[in-house]
Design a protein around this ligand. Structure first.
Ligand SMILES: C[S@@+](CC[C@H](N)C(=O)[O-])C[C@H]1O[C@@H](n2cnc3c(N)ncnc32)[C@H](O)[C@@H]1O
Length: 377
């Protein structure tokens, strides 16, 4: 499988991610000079070969009764996973702040969000004009200026925001209710995202919620030396469980993070799970996702007999994984009433220089925003 390699400019033009990628392989002969190459363009031959591998490994499906077991006992398989690996498997994700600067906003930006959660609508509209400074990200500037445009064009937007934020006053007692910036991570595992956020974001108004349906994982978070209940709440929750609610009211969260978790649930439950989460975001709040993309090396490595349904597989330890396209994720988020801010594919070539191995990774990264004038049920 030969890859062809792109210049950064080409990657940018083709809708591939720009922020991550800075090391480009221009000369295939240099492939083993570094550990990883960004924005690797696949050749047609390589894509055809990947599709063939997927057809082959999907030809034989896991029997129905086994599929039922994997679904009913999904949390047990993950519990077993964490009993074995504890917190040594997934690495802390310090790239988070490059990719998602919203997780560690500057004090000014937090102040801005705080005003919104305190329902000081008139103040926020005043503040925005002076705070749209150079230290806001491009997306945040776009968000803010869009808000201002909307303010001028449609007074009903303001009314809607006020009504929605008014809801918070009704449910004013919930964990973290006095916080001014609320982040929820779903499928948090042992806290490899949550603890870096708590370390990096020193905003006194920050409150971080995190949940996972693995009680073993949640216990590891709660017993971590840096777990501070005054800044964080870890709880057991199944994001597919329609009967159990989250411990926060609707329209209350600034950020929801989904890191390699949506791919772990059965595809026909994804939409409702995203819908429920979307309701928890405040107007203007963001859903952030990073997850497996179609034809990632992990998908191509599955053997016959591990396929549950199209692009959905079970690993040897009973945990499951789906491989998304950008369009599928776009449909999930937009159907949940969110607007696209970013939806990019990160095609990376990882290199094991010792073993002279090349590994083609495909990840998708998304940011979707709840509109100010929102109709998420
Ligand atoms: C691949 S791990 C990622 C963990 C973590 N987000 C990270 O990046 O380190 C997937 C996580 O999703 C959790 N998970 C899977 N299905 C879930 C569900 N239905 N509800 C809540 N958590 C779930 C698993 O227990 C596991 O911790």
């Amino acid at each position: 499988m030969a890859g062809s390699y792109s210049e950064g400019a080409h990657a940018a033009n083709s809708g591939k991610r720009e922020q991550f990628g800075s090391r480009f392989l221009n000369d295939p002969a240099h492939v083993f000079h570094h550990n990883a190459w960004d924005n690797v363009e696949w050749s047609e031959e390589q894509a055809v070969e990947a599709a063939k591998k997927v057809r082959e490994n999907s030809a034989q499906r896991v029997p129905q009764e086994k599929q039922v077991d994997y679904e009913i006992n999904a949390h047990k398989y993950w519990n077993d996973f964490y009993k074995i690996h504890e917190n040594g498997f997934f690495k802390d994700r310090h790239w988070l702040f490059t990719e998602f600067p919203e997780l560690a906003p500057s004090p000014n930006q937090n102040h801005l969000k705080g005003l919104l959660s305190e329902n000081k609508r008139s103040e926020i509209l005043e503040c925005r004009s002076s705070e749209d400074g150079p230290d806001l990200t491009e997306e945040q500037q776009e968000c803010s200026s869009k808000s201002l445009r909307e303010k001028k064009q449609a007074p009903s937007v303001e009314k809607n925001v006020t009504e929605r934020l008014g809801h918070l006053e009704i449910c004013d007692e919930f964990p973290g209710s006095s916080a001014t910036y609320r982040i929820l991570e779903v499928g948090c595992g042992v806290g490899n995202t949550v603890f870096p956020i708590l370390q990096t974001n020193n905003d006194p108004g920050l409150f971080v919620y995190c949940c996972d349906f693995s009680s073993t994982a949640v216990e590891l978070v709660q017993t971590h030396s840096e777990y501070d209940p005054s800044r964080c709440l870890a709880f057991v929750h199944d994001l597919c469980d329609e009967d159990k609610s989250y411990p926060v009211p609707r329209d209350s969260l600034d950020i929801i993070i989904l890191i390699f978790v949506l791919s772990a649930i059965v595809p026909d439950k994804m939409q409702k799970a995203v819908d429920r989460l979307s309701r928890l975001l405040r107007p203007g709040g963001l859903m952030l996702l990073r997850d497996y993309g179609r034809y990632d090396m992990a998908q191509l490595r599955f053997k016959k007999g591990q396929c549950l349904s199209e692009n959905f597989y079970v690993r040897g330890d009973g945990t499951r994984v789906y491989f998304f396209t950008q369009d599928e994720l776009d449909t999930l988020f937009t159907a949940a009433g969110l607007e696209k801010v970013q939806n990019v594919v990160d095609q990376r070539l990882q290199v094991n220089r010792g073993k002279q191995l090349t590994m083609y990774r495909v990840w998708i990264q998304c940011k979707y925003r709840k509109p100010l004038l929102s109709s998420t049920g």
